[in-house]
Structures are given as C-alpha cells and as structure tokens.
Design a protein around this ligand. Structure first.
Ligand SMILES: O=C(O)CCC(=O)C(=O)O
Ligand SMILES: [Mn+2]
Length: 207
C-alpha cells in the first residue's frame, strides 16, 4: 500500500529523516540565510552557463524540462541526458559554496550539477543518483535557492513516499544507502512558480 507523508517540522533547523534502509537523509533549513541566499541566487542565475539539453527517450528527442550545467575539477566528466559532459571551471561563487558544503558534510566534492527550474512546468523525473562513477553509497549535497519546490522521495520496494518542501537556502544531504533504496523527483506543479536553482554537489570517481 502506498503511504504518503508530508514532512513538516517548522521548529527544527536540522532534520534527520531516519529513513528505512536510507541511513543519512538530512535537511538543513537555511543553510544559507535569506540575506545570503538572495544575492547568491541572483548571481548564479545570471552567471552560470545554463543550457537546454535534449534527451532521446521512447524513440524520439525531447527537451529536458529544465536548464542544466556542469562545473567541476577538470577530470570530473559526467554523463547525463545520454551525453558525456566536460566540466566548466569553478566560478568564485560555486567554489565558495562548495567549501561551505564540504565543511558541513565532512567530505569532499569535485563537481556540481546545476539545475534551473524556470517555472512549475519544469521538473525532474523519478530517479536515483546511482551511476557507477559516483561509487557505492555516494554523499550528494543538494542546495536549493529561489522558489520553494516539492521534493518527493519514494522507497523502491515499499513505495513509501515522503514529500519535502525545499526552500530558499536549504541544504539536503543524501548519504548512506539513500540512492540504493530510494528514488527522488521534483514533480511538475500547476501552482504559479518563479525560478528555482538547485546545486547538487557530487564526487566523480576516476574512471
Ligand atoms: O532539484 C532538486 O532538488 C533535485 C536535483 C536532482 O535530483 C539531481 O540533480 O539529480
Ligand atoms: Mn538526483
């Protein structure tokens, strides 16, 4: 039976979801304060090299419903939308966010996938970040800036579902066996939405 729960813990800044099999899903509300998030959002929106990607599915090319770009150390190549992407060099803002995120997570990241959801029609389909270049049990740190969006995770076997409301400045850290047992998505919404940027910091292992 499908079970949906809405996670809403307004009084806690750091929320450890203690999920079945998915040890290590932690949300840090206001990892960046609103005061810090506003200029960061503006700068990233105007300075990152946002690209529209095409993906071949069910026998035809379709547009990925969001803009994307990939930054990182020179050897951190990553395949998404069926294409091998060479990283763009770190910008000063991405480098500074990376350092703060690394300090929080107590691990290192060599790359970041940036997603821009232009409005409620932009979305991210259900997936796990379980590519072999991320290794076993990767830690992925995901920073949200801009309009809030619903982030849904569901267990691959039990189908248990959680909806997490990701807000301006929040950091969601997916670690442990999260990618092995849980899928996640950012569904489309009919609600009026302004742009949202999401940065997912990753460590690509040498291939
Ligand atoms: O936008 C988000 O919050 C999720 C992004 C994501 O899952 C990804 O880039 O793999
Ligand atoms: Mn993902």
């Amino acid at each position: 039976m499908r079970q949906t729960e809405l996670c809403f813990y307004p009084e806690n800044r750091i929320i450890d979801f203690n999920l079945a099999d998915g040890v290590g899903l932690v949300l840090i509300r206001e990892f960046y304060s609103q005061h810090e998030s506003d200029p960061l959002f503006k700068t990233l929106l105007s300075s990152l090299h946002w690209q529209e990607e095409d993906i071949f599915i069910f026998g035809k090319w379709v547009k990925v419903p969001r803009l994307m770009c990939w930054y990182g150390d020179t050897d951190a190549h990553y395949e998404y939308s069926g294409v091998n992407h060479k990283p763009l060099p770190w910008t000063p803002e991405l480098q500074s966010i990376r350092e703060k995120v690394e300090q929080q997570c107590q691990c290192t990241f060599n790359s970041v996938l940036a997603n821009l959801y232009r409005d409620g029609k932009d979305s991210m389909g259900c997936h796990a970040d379980d590519e072999k270049e991320l290794g076993i049990n990767p830690t992925i740190a995901s920073l949200s800036l801009g309009d809030e969006r619903l982030f849904r995770i569901h267990h691959k076997k039990t189908k248990q579902t959680f909806n997490i409301n990701l807000q301006h400045g929040d950091l969601l850290v997916m670690g442990g066996t999260c990618q092995r047992h849980w899928l996640h998505s950012v569904p489309k919404t009919k609600a009026l939405k302004t742009p949202r940027i999401n940065l997912t910091f990753r460590k690509i292992l040498a291939g």
